[in-house]
Design a protein around this ligand. Structure first.
Ligand code: MRU
Length: 359
């Protein structure tokens, strides 16, 4: 049975509370965009694609019930305002911002049409949000396919050992996953000899969530502490490092979970190809370099305590950036998207072409 992190039917949204995993599996209701903002901020749902999907669906649920905004202009204004608010929950991942921008343009355009009906606007908004959930799994499967093809071609079709970081699987997306989708696709072809996942301190998305998914899928896998990655590359014949992304900018620089950058440096040193796997919605052509990306800083409590138990000395100062930037030059394997695998330098032009043909 596949893990379902997001349960949605029109008018009803529930998410698997990722703060409770792996010891408890509990779905919590998300009744409106205020709840949506809170579950994203608290990281009860996380991962760039899942943040965008849950954010938008939380508003779709609210809009399904809403009869307060009775004119087209009022409803469009309300939707745009709430979308804008949802973007503020977590600033680094671009997917929610991209969805907000696209849906805001759509709502404004529709509202400007003469004779437009409020029910049509409401229906269209809900449908667009529901499509995001539907489409994401298909996108992830393509990422898995292209990633597995590319890695196996580099390894002469021999079984591979892959290292991944953070959680990029069913829990971080609508299902299947991005970087973990590549691991899953390799496993489906019986071509993964071993997967390694990092703990991903401080929040432990690797040990709590990725390890849970790997065990669930019966993929042969081993958990390592983040500080063990270099010795793993030195002592094991790692075929590829595959990670996800929260934002890839025009020059290919990539923001992803803190610790990604040091993995890329270690991979370069050991001649291990380093891949980023992400949907095209994670690409932000508006920023030219990784230096322009806003890095979210999280509360120090995530470092100093584990499940409410203090593990750091009282009085110590903390710095807790949630993401880091991997320069394009270290992404040696390529960027795996639903359209194919591209070098960071070619990504902008290639995606522009693919998206033109796709629309
Ligand atoms: O802080 P998180 O858990 O939301 O960070 C998640 C990551 O960095 C993932 O690698 C990224 O969002 C891609 S998820 C498919």
């Amino acid at each position: 049975m596949t893990l379902v992190a997001i349960k949605y039917t029109r008018g009803k949204l529930e998410i698997l509370d990722q703060l409770l995993l792996p010891t408890q599996s509990e779905y919590i209701p998300v009744k409106n965009s205020g709840d949506g903002w809170n579950v994203i901020k608290k990281m009860q749902v996380r991962g760039a694609p899942a943040i965008a999907i849950v954010g938008c669906l939380s508003l779709a649920v609210e809009v399904a019930e809403d009869r307060e905004h009775s004119t087209v202009g009022d409803l469009a204004h309300f939707i745009c305002d709430r979308l804008h608010h949802l973007v503020t929950a977590r600033p680094t991942a671009v997917n929610m911002a991209e969805a907000s921008k696209r849906l805001t343009t759509l709502m404004k355009d529709m509202a400007a049409e003469s004779g437009q009906r409020v029910d049509t606007l409401r229906e269209r908004f809900m449908k667009e949000c529901e499509d995001m959930l539907e489409k994401d799994i298909a996108v992830n499967k393509n990422i898995g396919k292209y990633g597995a093809d590319h890695i196996l071609a580099q390894c002469k079709n021999k079984p591979v050992k892959v290292l991944t970081h953070c959680n990029t699987g069913s829990l971080a997306t609508a299902g299947y996953g991005t970087a973990l989708g590549v691991v899953r696709a390799l496993h489906e072809r019986e071509k993964i000899s071993h997967a390694y996942c990092t703990e991903t301190r401080p929040y432990n998305q690797g040990s709590r969530l990725t390890a849970y998914e790997l065990v669930h899928e019966k993929i042969p896998a081993t958990l390592i502490c983040d500080s063990m990655a270099a010795i793993l590359m030195d002592q094991q014949d790692i075929s590829a490092v595959v990670v996800g992304a929260d934002r890839v900018v025009a020059n290919g620089d990539t923001a992803n979970k803190i610790g990604t950058y040091q993995l890329a440096i270690a991979a370069k040193h050991h001649n291990v190809p380093f891949y980023v796997a992400c949907p095209s919605t994670t690409f932000d052509p508006n920023l030219t370099s990784g230096k322009d990306i806003e890095i979210e800083e999280r509360p120090s409590g995530e470092m100093t305590s584990v499940k409410g138990i203090r593990v750091a000395a009282h009085g110590i100062n903390c710095w807790n950036p949630a993401f880091d930037i991997t320069p394009a030059s270290l992404i040696t394997g390529g960027i795996i998207t639903e359209f194919g695998v591209f070098s960071p330098a070619d990504l902008k032009a290639q995606l522009a072409d693919c998206l033109k043909t796709d629309n």
